[in-house]
Unconditional design. Structure first.
Length: 265
């Protein structure tokens, strides 16, 4: 891709909260693209993977994969298991936050309040897999995500239906029906009334689903000027080596950040 002359090139949703992202002295520690040319400072994405409950073995590969696809797009990435970046000052330098298979109660009250203000300023939120099994007693977070993890059967092959298809960058690269192996989450309720459903999983194609005929498994939301992308896919380490899953992640993350799709091509 072409590197822009200025790192402050993004408009739309990214304009929110990004002014400080272009001030290197305000930046948090970043893993900037190592390849030639001037380093790009914008936008900043935090990958947060603290676990207070079950810890997925795939977290390491997930961090590497998400970091790689973001850096290809000129996105500076910070990966952390610590919560000290959940302050107004640190979050102001970021365009988005990824909860990568976080579990349990990971943020204290002050950190939660800073995150809520980040979303209210238009910050992007991306949840991957166990992000839906995180902070069960935090109403803002449950509401932001749109549904909460309830249960799952054993890891197995299933068929996904691509609902959004060409209408969304997270599904555009995917086939109309997509066979893959993963851990298929059931949720406490369907997010369909409040979300744009990207993918559903066909419960007739595997054993143990409990949501019935309409089983959303990836979706987006737009709340104020904040964009939310959640995918329940990504339990296994192999997921983060699957080209189609990585395209799904790339499309969802870049959409949440308001990046022009041409940057991904
Ligand atoms: Zn899992």
């Amino acid at each position: 891709m072409q590197r822009p002359p200025s790192p402050c090139r993004f408009a739309g949703p990214l304009a929110l909260g990004l002014s400080l992202a272009c001030s290197p002295e305000r930046s948090v520690e970043t893993l900037s693209p190592a390849s030639g040319g001037a380093p790009s400072r914008a936008p900043g994405l935090l990958i947060f993977s603290k676990t207070a409950g079950y810890r997925h073995a795939s977290i390491g590969k997930g961090i590497a994969a998400v970091s790689a696809l973001c850096e290809e797009g000129g996105i500076s990435v910070t990966a952390t298991e610590h919560t000290d970046l959940f302050t107004d000052e640190a979050l102001r330098s970021l365009a988005g936050v990824v909860f990568l298979s976080t579990t349990g109660d990971v943020l204290n009250d002050a950190e939660q309040a800073a995150f809520e203000r980040f979303i209210e300023r238009g910050g992007a939120f991306i949840g991957i897999h166990a992000a839906a099994d995180t902070e069960p007693d935090w109403p803002f977070y449950r509401s932001l995500l749109g549904a909460h993890f309830k249960s799952h059967p054993a890891i197995q092959q299933a068929e996904l239906r691509n609902e959004a298809q060409a209408s969304h960058p997270a599904t555009r690269p995917l086939p109309k029906t997509w066979q893959r192996r993963d851990e298929w989450y059931d949720f406490d309720h369907s997010p369909r009334p409040i979300a744009n459903i990207l993918l559903t999983v066909d419960e007739d194609s595997y054993t143990g689903g409990t949501m019935g005929e309409d089983h959303p498994i990836a979706w987006t939301r737009e709340i104020g000027s904040s964009r939310v992308f959640y995918t329940a896919l990504g339990h296994t380490e192999e997921s983060f080596e699957e080209p189609l899953f990585l395209e799904h992640l790339r499309g969802g993350i870049f959409w949440a950040l308001g990046l022009p799709e041409s940057d991904t091509e």
